[in-house]
Design a binder for this molecule. Structure first.
Ligand SMILES: [Zn+2]
Length: 73
């Protein structure tokens, strides 16, 4: 398995889209701990996912950010 290096506030692309109306695959990591919290950049909802699941579902890091992104874009 390829391990992808990610950090807090990174914008990432997931393998599967968020099941919301935007079908966005782009998320921002908003918390890193035992669980990872990711914010859907399509609808702005946050979902919690355990680290193992996140590691298997992340496709790539799109960009690094020092802080939370503006949610409405
Ligand atoms: Zn969404």
């Amino acid at each position: 398995m390829v391990v992808i290096d990610y950090a807090l506030y990174d914008e990432v692309e997931m393998k599967r889209p968020h099941p919301c109306s935007s079908r966005s695959k782009r998320f921002q990591i908003v918390r890193v701990g035992a669980d990872i919290k990711i914010l859907c950049l399509g609808c702005g909802n946050v979902m919690m996912i355990d680290r193992d699941k996140f590691n298997s579902r992340i496709k790539k890091v799109i960009s690094h950010h020092p802080a939370p992104l503006n949610q409405d874009r």
